[in-house]
Ligand binder design. Structure first.
Ligand SMILES: C=C(O[C@@H]1C=C(C(=O)O)C=C[C@H]1O)C(=O)O
Ligand SMILES: NC(=O)CC[C@H](N)C(=O)O
Length: 731
């Protein structure tokens, strides 16, 4: 007999909802400690002797099929444990399917797959559903199980699908072994009635069964500690987790000016944005709901850090001189953390989001390593002009504009920098009369050539995505393509100004950090985090896009998006994925603040959800936001779910690295806050691809493919998004 907290082993089949399930289990069994292990991390020979340390197992959902060994790893062996090793097991989705298969059931494809769809679940109020009323449950499945007539598994619940699917099995329990499972997702944010209630019933039954059997988990030992990672969540109020707070080495000096008539363009031009030889980084809130614009003021000695995935070094460039720092096997994230730990600053105005710090871009590929996926460019030796995967400049001086109040903040962490602060203040005051240089002037007679993705190839890619959705390999795939524009050279700044004029966006950006020049009009925040100790992380994924135009007012957009099950399903899948990403680092305190809100942009209506999280019990770790960023890239809205399998499939279909597109850009402030936007509605070019007569720009565009997608409409949607940037090259 032991008074230890119950330990639950959660088996993850590489899904993107696993930590949501962990959070639900933690609510259903509040005192429990959850250890998560991948389904192929330990084989049954290794796992069996360790099962005695656990009170129960939860078998999570996952991509693929229960009939394929590569998809389920150790799962089939769990259902066949020798009598003496048996313990209570609860399965979800793939978990149910593998349980059904183990006890003579068969697995079939659904005629109409269900991804992010909400169904009424009919049950008879027994077993898992004892005391449970009406259940509305979210489903993410392409496959379903059929039980034999006289097998040991009993059906407990059904969905009555109106289409060809008919009645689909939603829950089962074994006659005499402590095994039960649900086909729907109890952990989804939109499941109602069949979540915590069902898990609590499983736990009650598990406790009774164990007591009757005289089975008790044995106390945790070093052997167990060495075999599993520490329990989730790392941020648990009962576990001390604070790192000592050290004082900042730098002090922020600020001058505050009220200059409502000064434009961002004028400020950027005052700082030399037109000079293509100068490094430049401006994050421009050019439209609602953006509020603050951040303009870095680099000096010749400001260090620029670049890193390429697969290389063991960081390049540091100061005044055009590049040196190389070896990483010695450490990752670039850790290297940047160490750099920023020395740069801690305080004394800035709390409401100003950025004081000084890192500004720039991270590629899509920088997020692949943690998923265990290798970028194509790191596998193929003949990389042609790759953009750095990390490209950040550290600025000690900045100008931040609050567009709501017309306030301009001039800030520096350079000691004794009064003369720069004063000079900049004076220049800004005089700026009100600054004539902003005119728009984009193309050289006469010069022709622009646009290389669009091949339509039939793109459509066939969409169809292949839909095949993967039908086979259960993915629930949603964000399929994309690059468009290349060969165009006569003009100043990059004037291109950015044309983009901001034609498609003003809350996450505009003009970043020129050699060899990459980057212009963005992104509508999508990826992740923001406020300064510790009260770090609040916020993500704002967008899924659901309609073109603005006659008849497409807010009410019509709401009808087309928020009342459209296909669009809501697309959004819901990403909301659940992002909840999982946040739970993975922060623990339990994750909340969906807004679900499927409609937002207006210059050319499109978009459907946005807002998810927030903070570590339970507060946070003393002033690099927490950076850790969340590292754990959540690439953005789920640009991959689809489950993330790992979706990224692998997309890489195979798109057959090129996405590079800057689908990555993020933003800042990491020396005060510990950060804000990163998704790199969409953007274009970028590489210095080495320009000649005196021509420069090459790349624009990525795409959209989420689901089982309900119509390939032609998806092609149109891609063109719509592409057009918001491509327009500036076509006039
Ligand atoms: C893929 C793009 O956008 C993504 C896909 C969206 C969608 O499918 O509706 C919306 C915003 C982005 O998350 C893009 O702009 O290229
Ligand atoms: N969510 C899941 O576990 C899905 C299981 C399986 N891949 C299916 O699509 O049916």
């Amino acid at each position: 007999m032991t008074l230890d907290a119950p330990r639950v082993l959660l088996i993850d089949s590489y899904d993107s909802f696993t930590f949501n399930l962990a959070a639900l289990v933690k609510r259903a069994i509040p005192s429990c400690l959850i250890h998560i292990v991948k389904n192929d991390e330990l084989d049954i020979g290794q796992l069996r002797p360790l099962l005695k340390y656990f009170a129960a197992i939860i078998v999570g959902p996952g991509p693929g099929s229960p009939e394929l060994a590569k998809d389920v790893g150790v799962l089939p062996d769990l259902w066949k444990l020798p009598d003496a090793d048996v313990l209570p097991i609860f399965g979800v989705c793939l978990g149910l399917q593998s349980l059904a298969l183990a006890f003579y059931g068969s697995i079939h494809r659904l005629p109409i797959v269900k991804h992010g769809q909400i169904s009424e679940v009919h049950h008879d109020g027994t077993s898992l559903f004892s005391g449970v009323g009406a259940v509305e449950a979210v489903r993410y499945h392409s496959l379903h199980a059929i039980l034999p007539a006289n097998g040991p598994l009993q059906p407990l619940a059904w969905a009555h699908d109106k289409e060809q699917n008919g009645n689909i099995l939603m829950a089962v329990a074994h006659d005499y072994l402590p095994f039960s499972a649900v086909q729907y997702h109890p952990e989804s944010v939109r499941t109602n009635g069949g979540g915590i209630e069902v898990l609590a019933n499983f736990w009650d039954a598990a406790t009774i069964w164990s007591k009757k059997r005289g089975r008790y988990q044995v106390p945790w030992t070093n052997i167990a500690r060495d075999s599993f990672t520490s329990p989730w969540p790392a941020f648990d109020s009962s576990i001390p987790h604070t790192t000592p707070k050290t004082r900042g080495a730098y002090v922020v000096r600020t001058r505050t000016l009220h200059l409502p008539s000064v434009s961002i363009e004028a400020i950027c031009e005052m700082l030399g944005a037109q000079d293509d030889d100068l490094p430049f980084a401006a994050l421009d809130s050019a439209a609602h709901p953006g509020r603050f614009s951040v303009v870095g003021c680099p000096t010749p000695s400001s260090p620029q850090f670049t890193h390429f995935v697969g290389e063991d070094c960081v390049y540091v460039t100061r005044s055009k001189t590049r040196s190389q720092q070896n990483l010695h096997g450490k990752d670039v994230w850790a290297w940047l953390s160490t750099f920023m730990a020395d740069k801690k600053a305080e004394g800035g105005i709390e409401t100003v989001p950025f004081w000084a710090g890192l500004l720039g871009m991270l590629s899509y590929e920088i997020g692949l390593g943690r998923l265990g996926v290798t970028p194509l460019s790191a596998r193929i030796a003949s990389r042609k002009h790759p953009h750095p995967d990390v490209n950040l400049i550290f600025v000690e001086r900045s100008i931040v504009v609050d567009h709501l109040t017309g306030t301009v903040y001039v800030q520096s962490i350079v000691p004794n920098d009064d003369s720069w602060l004063q000079d900049t203040e004076m220049s800004l005051v005089q700026l009100s009369s600054w004539p902003s240089t005119c728009g984009l002037a193309m050289p006469a007679g010069a022709a622009t050539h646009v290389e669009l993705p091949d339509k039939s190839h793109y459509i066939s890619g969409i169809r292949q995505c839909m095949d993967y959705l039908a086979s259960g390999d993915s629930y949603e795939l964000c399929y994309t393509a690059h468009t290349r524009v060969h165009t006569p050279p003009v100043s990059s700044w004037s291109r950015y100004k044309a983009l901001r004029a034609s498609n003003p966006a809350p996450h505009g950006a003009f970043v020129r950090l050699a060899p990459t020049t980057f212009c963005s009009s992104s509508p999508e925040r990826f992740l923001s985090y406020s300064r510790p100790p009260q770090s609040l992380c916020q993500l704002r994924p967008i899924k659901g896009t309609v073109r603005k135009g006659p008849g497409m007012d807010r009410a019509a957009a709401e009808q087309a998006l928020a009342h459209n099950p296909k669009e809501v399903a697309e959004n819901l899948m990403i909301v659940d994925l992002i909840r999982h990403d946040l739970h993975s680092v922060l623990g339990q305190d994750v909340e969906v603040k807004k679900f499927c809100g409609i937002e207006e942009y210059k050319t499109v209506w978009q459907m946005t959800s807002v998810i927030e999280g903070r570590p339970v019990g507060g946070n003393e770790d002033d690099q927490l936001g950076w850790k969340v960023l590292q754990a959540t890239l690439p953005p789920g809205s640009m991959t689809g779910a489950p993330k790992k399998r979706s990224v692998e499939l997309l890489q195979q279909l798109e057959n090129t690295d996405r590079s800057m597109y689908s990555g993020v850009f933003g800042y990491w402030c020396v005060g510990g806050s950060g804000d990163w936007a998704v790199t969409i509605r953007s274009c970028f070019k590489h210095d080495a691809e320009s000649t005196p007569d021509s420069e090459d720009w790349v624009i990525g565009a795409g959209g989420a493919i689901t089982a309900l997608s119509d390939p032609e409409s998806e092609w149109d949607e891609m063109l719509l998004k592409l057009g918001s940037v491509l327009r500036i090259f076509q006039h």
